[in-house]
Write a protein that binds this ligand. Structure first.
Ligand code: B1M
Length: 218
């Protein structure tokens, strides 16, 4: 790992928002691609945080400060990932499902979707099936995108798919799911149209669904 990426990696593990923001600024200034910063610096640090938590070396407070440092980094990166598209290529309603407060991955997916030209309506975390349904019904959407990080909240994705069906909206939207406990098979079982293991793949798949030119390069 480069020394600058190493510094932000360590900054996340230490939960030091100031260091992380400064290191991200520095890396951007030195011409490092935002996606590389995410892929090689920030996301591995969050993965390591999870490993330390699992091993009993980190507890909830450490996970929380690491998450705050990660969010500070994302605030610096966001303008660089945002698109300057005039006409959106489609509309996505996105949220982390009911009972689940993990929103970092969802935020990255949201930024990437925006970056490839989607208008994104972000409902936040702990989103009940009825809120997804209401958002599609009242505001329209091409894609419903759901994130879950807990094996206990993953079934709430199916609840949303079923609620869209019951509201007569299922055929109008594509359903995209992702998050650590998911797999293509689980996505299929719950009746989603697609699964993406990371934010870039989510953006690529969503672009392909709306027939956006250059989707394969997203
Ligand atoms: Co929690 N947590 N957490 N946590 N946490 C995990 C998920 C865990 C794996 C840690 C561990 O034990 N190793 C474990 C879940 C175990 C399981 O169910 N299998 C866990 C647990 C147990 C818990 C609590 C239950 C702990 C407790 O209270 N005892 C609790 C639950 C709270 C709740 O949600 N109700 C809890 C709480 C928290 C914090 C609040 C402290 C904090 C979240 C802060 C926040 O998000 N605002 C937190 C954190 C930070 C983590 C870890 C360390 C990091 C998550 C993260 O942000 N990763 C996590 C360990 C880990 O993931 N290894 C862990 C970085 C992020 C970029 O990756 O979210 O995976 P990720 O997103 C990726 C892909 O998954 C994908 O793209 C993203 C980027 O490319 N993706 C999608 C995600 N959504 C997608 C949607 C798509 C497509 C792709 O399409 C729509």
């Amino acid at each position: 790992m480069d020394t600058d990426l190493e510094a932000m990696y360590r900054g996340i593990l230490a939960g030091d928002q100031r260091v992380v923001s400064e290191e991200v600024e520095k890396a951007l200034g030195a011409g490092v691609e935002p996606e590389r910063i995410l892929r090689e610096g920030l996301i591995p640090a969050m993965r390591e945080t999870g490993r330390l938590f699992e091993e009993g070396q980190y507890f909830l407070p450490e996970m929380l400060v690491a998450a705050r440092a990660m969010k500070a980094a994302l605030r610096v990166l966001e303008p660089r990932l945002a698109a300057a598209h005039v006409e959106p290529i489609g509309t996505v309603v996105i949220g982390t499902v009911e009972g689940d407060l993990h929103d970092i991955g969802k935020n990255i997916v949201s930024m990437m979707l925006n970056g490839v030209g989607f208008a994104v309506r972000d409902l936040g975390a702990d989103v009940k099936a009825e809120r997804f349904v209401a958002s599609v019904r009242d505001g329209g959407a091409d894609i419903v995108a759901m994130s879950a990080l807990l094996s206990t909240t993953m079934p709430n994705m199916k609840k949303t798919v079923d609620a869209l069906q019951a509201a007569g909206l299922r055929a109008r939207v594509k359903v995209l799911v992702g998050g650590a406990p998911l797999s293509a098979e689980r996505a299929r079982e719950m009746g989603a149209d697609g699964y993406a293991e990371d934010a870039s793949k989510a953006a690529r798949l969503a672009s392909a669904w709306v027939g956006a030119p250059g989707a394969e390069h997203a």
